[in-house]
Design a protein around this ligand. Structure first.
Ligand code: PLP
Length: 369
């Protein structure tokens, strides 16, 4: 018997049943380790190697990132996305400065004040924007609004790619943001929790959505892409990376057994799984979005990456929850969020659609299909 965090007791048999028919679409964090990452993790588990990142796995993974991004970037590994974003932003800002971001940005709504804490007080200034994206004019308005001594001086722009609502910034949109950022001396940070999904969806190489598009520092998630743990913080402006290793250490983010973060990343990059995993997750989200439309439901945002948001009647939500589906309703502007991952199967999406259809019928909503 195993005790879950809610206090209920589940047998091993019940747990393996759940694993056999996954109904966890609340986040791509619910998925396991993909085979490629696992294979490299196991390979790294042979013998002893130097600690704290002074090992070959870490060196090889860092070099592979340089090849993948086609530039001589600085690469660091931390445990999670909150630390990656917080420490990267802390590097960009003095405590009296500020970071402009979308009002739905993870750094604003879901990091428990981490960026402010690690920057010793730099303030987040949030702006609205359609489809989870910031527009240059809105950012600029926030910059020029005040110039006086009392205002937290804007120093960085943070954008999320793909966004918190599963939409994408195209390269021309990124270029326009960079142009505005340059006019106001802002550094550009990208929360790339789903950066791989963006590259896959736009069919663009990583460089086109990062340094070529004006990003100074990218937090690239491995966890959501198929590793167990670990994000890469990639500085394209190497000058900004000075001292970053000390920030990681001070924040408790320097892994002593770094090889176990680096090796799975190496697996993702060397096998191409970083991209094929994202292609698959995006395809499953498209399948879900199309299926919902056939049921007469329009997703709340264009389905461009691996997330689908839909406004479901409360009773239909209840029905799905009773059927064991997990999804979030607190992200973005409400609605049910379903996120597909490298291991989301077409069968699971079809089963979900069937339950949505039944759930809608139960509340008297006629489905189109
Ligand atoms: C947009 C975004 N950024 C960052 C993160 C990283 O969060 P964590 O600290 O849980 O790894 C997440 C995780 O859900 C996310 O969705």
């Amino acid at each position: 018997m195993t005790k879950d965090p809610t206090g209920s007791r589940q047998t091993r048999h019940e747990l393996s049943d759940q694993a056999a028919s996954p109904r966890f679409l609340a986040s791509d964090n619910t998925s396991g380790i993909c085979p490629q990452a696992l294979e490299y993790l196991l390979a790294a588990n042979r013998g002893d190697v130097p600690a704290y990142g002074n090992d070959d796995w870490t060196a090889r993974a860092s070099n592979r990132f340089r090849e993948l991004f086609e530039t001589d970037c600085e690469v660091f590994f931390v445990f999670n996305g909150t630390a990656a974003n917080s420490l990267a932003l802390a590097t960009l800002c003095q405590p009296y400065q500020s970071v402009i971001c979308h009002q739905l940005a993870h750094i604003e709504t879901d990091e428990c004040g981490g960026p402010e804490f690690f920057s010793n007080g730099a303030k987040l200034l949030s702006v609205p924007g359609d489809d989870g994206k910031v527009a240059p004019l809105d950012v600029e308005r926030m910059v020029v609004r005040r110039r006086d001594i009392h205002y937290p001086q804007p120093r960085a722009l943070s954008i999320t790619q793909s966004t918190e609502v599963g939409t994408l910034y195209r390269p021309d949109e990124l270029a326009a943001l960079r142009e505005m950022a340059d006019r106001h001396g802002l550094k550009v940070h990208m929360d790339g929790a789903r950066f791989a999904n963006a590259c896959a969806a736009l069919d663009l190489p990583p460089r086109a959505l990062s340094w070529e598009a004006g990003v100074d520092v990218l937090c690239f998630s491995g966890t959501k892409n198929g590793t167990a743990v670990g994000e890469a913080v990639i500085f394209f402006d190497r000058e900004l990376a000075r001292g970053f290793e000390y920030r990681c250490k001070q924040a408790g983010q320097l892994a002593s057994k770094m090889r176990f973060i680096a090796a799975p990343w190496l697996g993702l990059i060397e096998t191409g799984a970083w991209c094929t995993n994202a292609v698959h997750a995006n395809a499953m989200a498209r399948h879900l979005g199309t299926g919902l439309e056939q049921l007469g439901l329009t997703p709340m945002f264009p389905v461009q990456a691996n997330a689908v948001f839909v406004d479901l009647p409360a009773k239909a939500q209840r029905y799905l929850k009773d059927k064991g589906w997990t999804f979030y309703t607190f992200i973005g502007d409400g609605g049910a969020r379903f996120v597909c991952a490298w291991d989301t199967s077409k069968e699971a999406v079809d089963a979900l659609l069937e339950d949505v259809r039944a759930g809608l019928a139960g509340v008297g909503m006629q489905s189109a299909g």
